[in-house]
Design a protein around this ligand. Structure first.
Ligand code: PMP
Length: 298
């Protein structure tokens, strides 16, 4: 088979050992005589897959007690709206760092009577940096950041000081590729197709306090409480995407976990940044301390 280098941001390349395992197990999962694609989500074989996936996420991300992990559909793009719908009551704060944060802001603005403030932006800097010393007034319902800006190639390497305001992060393009202290965040979400698995599942990690503050009487499929109450099985979850995600998480664990992959990503990124910084032909315009480890435009 001819192999190519695949640099797509997502759906992105998956570990080959994972693809081989999928192939090996595809016709009969766990001697069930059925493909994983055909298993009932409420059956004896699928439930352990979902539970293992949550267990591995908890372990790899060091998620403390007091958080729930749910699997949703509709990508990070639906989460843009769901977050504002569930937790935006009067006034919400966004940090604008590029295309994806703009889209999140745009969706929040669809919620009637919700004030949506951009409290910091790097727009004047053509999004070549991450805003610093962000001040969050204590009367916001939440503050939203995009940790890794896939298109622009910038990254928040730390959380921000939030003055007690719940911190929500879109980590679609760097969840599990760098270490973050989950306890500093109230909600983290990520479409799986970049670092975690195939397209079709979105990982959402929600702190119980925020969950309990969510609005009531929302459409079931747009209410994060529905997913928590029903263990992500109110309706049929994207079973195959969850299964492959579980295999990728097992692979990451055997790689040495997030610390090990972060080091690997740092070394890999350094190779390319060093080359670009010394090139007479190409350059990377991003402020050095804000350079993404996983998306490197040039
Ligand atoms: N946020 C970020 C940072 C992204 O990179 C992307 C996808 N490129 C999205 C959100 C949208 O994700 P999805 O396609 O899962 O809706």
């Amino acid at each position: 088979m001819k192999e190519v280098y695949n640099f797509s941001a997502g759906p992105a390349t998956l570990p080959k050992s994972v693809l081989i395992k999928v192939q090996e197990e595809l016709l009969s999962y766990n001697d069930s005589g059925m493909s994983v694609l055909e298993l009932s989500h409420r059956g004896n074989d699928f439930e352990p897959i979902l539970e293992d996936c949550k267990k591995l996420l908890k372990e790899l991300l060091n998620i403390p007690e007091g958080y729930h992990i749910v699997f949703t559909q509709g990508g990070a793009s639906l989460a843009f709206y769901m977050i504002a719908l569930n937790y935006g009551k009067k006034k919400v704060a966004y940090v604008d760092t590029g295309v994806w944060s703009d889209k999140a802001i745009e969706q929040a603005r669809l919620i009637p009577n919700l004030e949506v403030d951009i409290i910091a932006t790097s727009k004047e800097d053509k999004y070549l940096s991450i805003p610093k010393q962000i001040k969050v007034a204590s009367n916001y319902d939440y503050v939203h950041i995009t940790t890794n800006n896939t298109i622009e190639g910038t990254c928040f390497f730390n959380h921000i000081e939030t003055n007690g305001v719940p911190l929500i992060a879109d980590m679609s393009s760097n969840l599990l590729s760098s270490e973050y202290d989950v306890s500093k965040f109230d909600l983290i979400y990520a479409g799986a197709q970049k670092n975690l698995g195939p397209a079709g599942v979105t990982i959402v990690i929600i702190k119980d306090e925020l969950l309990n503050q969510g609005k009531n009487n929302l459409p079931h499929m747009l209410d994060y409480k529905t997913y928590v109450k029903n263990n992500s099985m109110y309706n049929t979850p994207p079973t195959f995407s969850i299964y492959v995600t579980k295999l990728v998480l097992e692979w990451l664990k055997s790689f040495g976990g997030v610390k090990a992959i972060e080091k690997y990503n740092q070394d890999k990124a350094k190779l390319l940044y060093d080359f670009l910084d010394n090139s007479k032909v190409f350059y990377n315009p991003i402020n050095k301390e804000d350079r993404s480890l996983v998306n490197i435009p040039f």
